[in-house]
Design a protein around this ligand. Sequence first.
Ligand code: FES
Length: 117
Amino acid sequence: MRLDVTGVNAMNSAESFIRACSLSEVPDEGVIGIDVKGTPVAIVRSGGEIFALHDVCSHDELPLSDGEIHDRKIECPAHGSCFDLRTGAVTRWPARDPVRTFEARIDGDDVLVSIEP
Ligand code: FES
């Protein structure tokens, strides 16, 4: 399931953070896929922290948000590549390139992400 964030009031004007979803929508030790202004973002909740990664596997461009979370890593369901949640670095092949990560914050029950370069 992919949620779309298109609301006019979604932008936090003081900074570049955009409300992506409610914290309660992200399962503990789980992941959901969100479309943030046209950018697919995988929002992950693990160990009480929130992480945001580009929701496109660098191996064959399939969504990481269909994957599973293990030990602060996300495993792509297609061919088993794993990526570090903090850095996006490859921790298991066949992927060779990292995935982009985004800054993420929790504000009350809101998950905010910055998709700025
Ligand atoms: S598409 Fe992710 S490992 Fe192949």
